[in-house]
Design a protein around this ligand. Structure first.
Ligand code: PMT
Length: 426
């Protein structure tokens, strides 16, 4: 679920291309997220998919005609004005070359373009057309004009096109459009202007070219945190080891494999990082040497010597000063405003978590009992206990990982407020 969309009014504009059929899935996705979806179709779009399909999916009227009136709070209002003024987000998917050109010229010769001209909020376009149309200087110029006005674009992707040819011009997938829509609508949220870096997944330490030491992390918890940060307006970075789930859209992805690579990626971003959340299960040890050829079976024992990897959170947590209150020791000592860790424990839960909070100098640690069937690795739920630096302890009930992530990010917002944090942007 994406609570950011709940109760929001979205205009879903559909222009005439075969990709219009994909917008049925998109309309359904938004409706399931409790958004109110007002579909506007051009006359050519209505030749590809019948308006009644969208009506059934959204359980709302579908508009195609400029001269339609709109029922709004007991009043009869001019359709395009009522729709444009009520909307929180305007998406056009698919956006054809013709529709993009009309928007860039400010034309208003059908319901979609006149509503777009009457609308002032965030707009997201998902272009779909033949490669030559997309790369044509006229289309590129129109995209540039709209981009300069603050319109967001997603895609087009490369792939098989309606003509049977392969090239750039395929509309983005509904799930990608959905994810980027969450980011666009979340802009200006309480974490706007902040950079939140999240680590996720289980690192892999090579034994030889075909084997590695790993763990059971799927990345579900870290991915949920990244979505929650993005939806609150943060500039979100996900430094992730291999994931068993789809990475979120609208988030900068930094794929890594090993603990050392994750350490390097986190350190590289550190000068810009405002909040670091470590949800990754990072290997504490790696083979001292990784064989460059596949190890063969031996009759006797095979002994692998291990060496320590860097502790990422400890290295960051123990820094002093931050971007807002620089430490005299210099910029290489900067610490993010908040450093948050997870503790994956099977025994002595509280003592181990408190030990990590102190040793790594964290602001907050999220303890999960990974021996419980409904918590920790791989499952969709988590039961966590929060320990804060000031001694505060909170036991949260069993929740979905999305809910846990949203609650943690709300705590980030509250803590930054308590620290009287100033947004970096003017
Ligand atoms: O990915 P999922 O399948 O959804 O599972 C979620 C999870 C169980 C992986 C997650 O909820 C979780 O507990 N992540 C932390 C796992 C872990 O490695 O915990 P730890 O107690 O060993 O480490 C404590 C903290 O230090 C963690 O924030 C960890 O990211 C960090 N760490 C650990 C070792 C190391 N070398 N560097 C680190 O930064």
């Amino acid at each position: 679920m994406a609570p950011i969309l709940s109760g929001k009014r979205i205009i879903l504009g559909i222009s005439g291309g075969i990709a219009a059929y994909k917008s049925v899935t998109l309309a359904s996705r938004f409706t399931q997220a409790n958004a109110l979806v007002d579909v506007i179709m051009t006359h050519s779009a209505a030749k590809f998919v019948a308006p009644v399909t969208f009506q059934a999916i959204t359980q709302r009227d579908v508009a195609t005609d400029t001269f339609e009136f709109w029922h709004d709070a007991g009043r009869l209002r001019i359709g395009h004005v009522a729709l444009a003024h009520a909307a929180d987000l305007f998406i056009i998917a698919p956006a054809t070359a013709h529709t993009i050109a009309r928007l860039a010229l400010g034309l208003s010769d059908d319901l979609l373009s006149i509503t777009a001209l009457s609308y002032k909020g965030p707009m997201l376009l998902a272009p779909a057309m033949e490669t030559n149309m997309w790369t044509h200087p006229a289309t590129m110029r129109n995209v540039q004009i709209l981009g300069d006005w603050g319109v967001d674009f997603i895609g087009p992707a490369e792939g098989r096109l309606a003509s049977g040819e392969v090239g750039e011009g395929r509309v983005a997938e509904p799930e990608e459009i959905f994810e980027v829509a969450c980011k666009v609508i979340g802009r200006g949220g309480p974490l706007d202007g902040l950079r939140v870096v999240i680590t996720a997944g289980g690192t892999r330490e090579a034994i030889d070219p075909v084997r590695f030491m790993g763990n059971h992390s799927t990345g579900k918890m870290g991915v949920a945190l990244a979505r929650a940060a993005r939806d609150l307006g943060a500039d979100t970075v996900l430094v992730h080891a291999p994931l068993a789930v789809h990475p979120p859209g609208g988030v900068a992805l930094v794929p890594v494999h090993t603990a050392y690579q994750m350490y390097a990626a986190v350190m590289e971003d550190l000068p810009q990082t405002d909040v670091l959340i470590g949800a990754a299960a990072v290997a504490d040890y790696r083979p001292s040497a990784s064989a460059d050829k596949k190890l063969k079976k031996l009759p006797q024992q095979q002994i692998i010597t291990l060496e320590r990897t860097p502790d990422i959170l400890q290295a960051v947590g123990q820094r002093r000063g931050n971007a807002y209150c620089p430490d005299p020791a210099g910029p290489d000592r900067q610490r993010p405003r908040l450093v948050i860790g997870f503790a994956a424990e099977t025994n002595d839960l509280e003592a181990n978590a408190l030990g990590k909070l102190k040793r790594k100098n964290l602001d907050l640690i999220v303890l999960n009992d990974v021996s419980a069937a409904d918590s920790g690795f791989a499952v969709d739920t988590n039961r966590v206990i929060l320990f804060e630096r000031d001694g505060n302890r909170e036991d949260w009930p069993l929740m979905s990982k999305e809910e846990v992530a949203q609650a943690i990010l709300q705590r980030v917002v509250a803590r930054l407020g308590r620290l009287n944090w100033q947004k970096r942007r003017p």
